[in-house]
Write a protein that binds this ligand. Structure first.
Ligand code: TNX
Length: 539
């Protein structure tokens, strides 16, 4: 398993030592790390994503050995969030932090559910911090969970270490009131081009949680591998999942493993959207079952990185038996609302066949109780009522294609924005980036942050935009370190675009808050790209 913790970057670790107040003359003298040390109290709201409303006031709260975490013990969900918070804070603080009933948590950190506080919505929260206690209030447990991420980021980065650090553990005084701009804030992981284990996916889920992402889209099938067990078509995984890009051994999730991913994501208040990409991107399936091919001949497993060469056989009846079985079994594994059917780059499917296929397949998703999500090519057919389409065009996408998507949006189709030249985490940052692709151009950190989802697609009504998603395609990425260095530090910026109000959007202040995340990345063992656009500590 490549889920190893990395030795933090030298400079980062020196900064942490300095931040933690450990005297280490030699290290600080050598590194000149003084410039980047963290303040003992992080100013309220200096976090990512930046909160909607921040009112600093009074003295900080200090977490101590005696601090208790108070929850509404009649709510299983709020107890679970309390335990999660304690689990985050115990290793580095070394404090016991018992999770107790609110009544017994005087002077502690209290998590409160207030079902009547409508202004906080489904995910909003209010954090009040003063010397006599911290109170986190939310209408829903999801709001408590998002608020816990704020509380966590207000503490020094050293809190992310898995061994005891010196502290002090202060939370600035005042009140944050925070609700998300968009209901949909997603990240996609391509586990087909390279397979990632359950533990590796959980690691990504935890990283997403820190930035208040609420949707994990898993790209479960493609030419290079079928990664989810389907009992009625077992060769999809035993054969179709056996390899990956480059020909190394692949892998797949059993149903129990997949359920474990879904459960873990739910514990971080993330909804999993499974994607089965159709009718293109299907060599893994076509290679597993000859009858799915129009000529009845199974092609070999594909381990290259080209796209657009495969298609399910649209005229054959067996294709729809296959699709029905797959969608039924995957819908059964999915407590979430959505099922993504892909639909991109079907270059080996005629337009007429594509339309026929989508007309037949979308009702199957509805039959099994799910709502369709498709890549924006779905607007070339007729998106089902309630369908969401995921736009992955770029600045140079022809105006007619953009207009087709905008017209669908005006017609009621919801949009998820993943513009490839902004939101694709697999694009190289610059010409010296070792990993990644370049077809959408270089995507430096500023470029990925500095755009407005509401006005991005000309002619699309603002209300059609459900949110943003950052896809991480893995043709060139095979380890968690590879994922880290492409996702970080672009992912936090895309998360901020999804969460924070448009009025807060400002690169010059964002880049400073982002730089302040560096010691946190280091403490968490997250490798990241040291973009020259960002004023990293110590540089
Ligand atoms: C385009 S985006 C694709 C994927 C590739 C990706 C690489 C989309 C819907 N299709 O098949 O992995 O580019 O950047």
């Amino acid at each position: 398993m490549s889920q190893r913790r990395r030795i933090p970057h030298l400079i980062g670790s020196l900064l942490l030592v300095a931040a933690a107040g450990v005297g280490c003359g030699e290290a600080t003298a050598d590194s000149g790390a003084g410039a980047g040390t963290e303040p003992e109290v992080r100013p309220l709201g200096r976090i990512v994503p930046v909160p909607a409303s921040v009112t600093p006031e009074g003295e900080p709260y200090a977490l101590t050995r005696d601090t208790r975490i108070g929850v509404d013990t009649s709510s299983r969900a709020s107890k679970a969030v309390g335990r999660y918070l304690a689990g985050l804070l115990r290793p580095a603080t070394g404090f016991p932090l018992p999770v107790v009933d609110e009544e017994a948590a005087d002077g502690g950190v209290r998590l409160r559910l207030d079902p009547d506080d409508g202004a906080l919505g489904d995910e909003g929260y209010r954090l009040h911090s003063a010397p006599d206690g911290v109170t986190l209030t939310a209408r829903e447990p999801a709001g408590l969970f998002r608020g816990v991420q704020t509380l966590r980021q207000q503490l020094p980065s050293a809190v992310e270490h898995d061994s005891v650090q010196p502290g002090p553990w202060n939370i600035a005084g005042g009140t944050i009131t925070d609700t998300p701009r968009y209901a949909y804030r997603g990240a996609m992981l391509d586990v087909s081009r390279h397979f990632f284990t359950v533990d590796e996916v959980k690691r990504y889920i935890d990283q997403l949680a820190l930035y208040k992402i609420n949707t994990l889209h898993l790209h479960l099938s493609d030419d290079q591998g079928w990664r989810i067990a389907v009992d009625s078509w077992p060769r999809l995984t035993t054969h179709g999942g056996s390899t990956e890009v480059g020909g190394t051994p692949g892998g797949f999730y059993t149903k129990a493993q997949y359920k474990e991913i879904v459960r873990y994501a739910a514990s971080r208040y993330q909804e999993v959207i499974p994607e089965i990409d159709m009718p293109g991107h299907t060599f893994a399936a076509l290679s597993s079952y000859p009858e799915l091919n129009c000529d009845g001949i199974a092609p070999p497993l594909y381990t290259g990185v080209k796209v657009g060469k495969s298609s399910l056989c649209v005229p054959k009846a067996v294709t729809y038996d296959f699709v029905d079985d797959v969608i039924r079994e995957i819908a059964e594994l999915t407590p979430g609302r959505y099922l993504h059917i892909g639909g991109d780059e079907a270059h080996s499917t005629s337009h007429a066949d594509y339309v026929t296929f989508m007309d037949k397949v979308q009702p199957v998703v509805a039959k099994y109780g799910k709502t369709v999500v498709g890549w924006h090519q779905l607007t070339g057919a007729t998106p089902a009522k309630d369908a969401l389409v995921q736009y992955w065009g770029l600045d140079r996408t022809p105006a007619a294609e953009k207009e087709r998507v905008a017209a669908a949006a005006r017609n009621g189709t919801g949009l998820i924005l993943s513009p490839a030249d902004r939101a694709y985490l697999d694009m190289k940052y610059a010409n010296d980036t070792t990993l990644g692709l370049t077809w959408a151009g270089y995507v430096e950190v500023r470029r990925s942050y500095d755009w407005d989802p509401a006005t991005y697609l000309p002619g699309a009504p603002e209300g059609a935009v459900r949110g943003v998603e950052a896809p991480l395609w893995t043709e060139t990425l095979s380890t968690t370190d590879d994922l880290d260095v492409m996702a970080f530090p672009r992912l936090p910026g895309l998360a901020e675009l999804g969460w924070s109000p448009a009025s807060t959007h400002d690169w010059d202040t964002y880049k400073v808050r982002l730089a302040e995340q560096a010691p946190r990345f280091d403490a968490l063992g997250i490798d990241y790209y040291r973009s020259p656009q960002v004023p990293w500590p110590g540089e």
